[in-house]
Design a protein around this ligand. Structure first.
Ligand SMILES: [Zn+2]
Length: 202
């Protein structure tokens, strides 16, 4: 599924359910949802997130860059800091480095838990208590959306490697797949326009 479809679906979900969230509507929240919606594809060197991070869009660069950041963080923490958040961040980067696209941790509930823990911890540190909810909406919707594609996701990785998907799926790069994604985006755009007055007069 394309990055922009993920981003669109994340925002639509947020606009549909923000009333039930403890923080309600929040512009910052939309940004976090947007980021979290595309974040799981950080395991793919050519994805929308890595477009702005990796100097070269290939697997070697991805593994080396994220692996090094992770090791440096863990090492620095071991020598000087001894803080759980730095350990968690270091592990997070290593998870990104070793996850093969759609085959590993970033597309699993385990990965979602690890990254939500990091985000929740950061949220508490900086007194942004709703941060983790926004993050989980975006991340969770990404996994749900990918379950509609024929590749599925390894939801229970590393306990079970089997890819999980819905009974009705489509091929991401097929004509029908692109048409479905375009239709979703158009529907989403209409829904967002419909929601704009509600947002302004919350
Ligand atoms: Zn994905």
């Amino acid at each position: 599924m394309k990055g922009r479809t993920h981003a669109g679906m994340g925002v639509i979900t947020f606009l549909s359910i923000y009333k039930f969230l403890p923080g309600g509507f929040d512009y910052f929240g939309i940004l976090v949802v947007l980021f979290a919606s595309v974040f799981p594809d950080i395991d793919h060197p050519k994805s929308i997130v890595n477009k702005y991070i990796l100097p070269f869009k290939n697997k070697m660069t991805k593994v080396t860059l994220y692996g090094c950041i992770g090791i440096i963080l863990l090492w620095y923490d071991y020598l000087y800091l001894d803080k759980p958040i730095i350990k968690a961040l270091g592990i997070g980067f290593i998870v990104i480095a070793v996850s093969s696209h759609r085959g590993g941790l970033t597309h699993s509930l385990m990965g979602m838990s690890i990254f939500s823990f990091i985000v929740g911890y950061l949220g508490n540190m900086y007194n942004i208590h709703h941060l983790v909810y926004y993050f989980m909406i975006g991340y969770g919707m990404h996994l749900v959306c990918d379950m509609f594609t024929n590749m599925g996701v390894p939801l229970f990785y590393p306990f079970r490697k089997k890819k999980v998907k819905f009974p009705f799926t489509y091929r991401t790069n097929s004509k029908i797949g692109s048409a479905i994604e375009q239709l979703l985006m158009m529907g989403g755009l209409l829904f967002t326009i419909y929601k704009i007055p509600v947002i302004f007069y919350k």
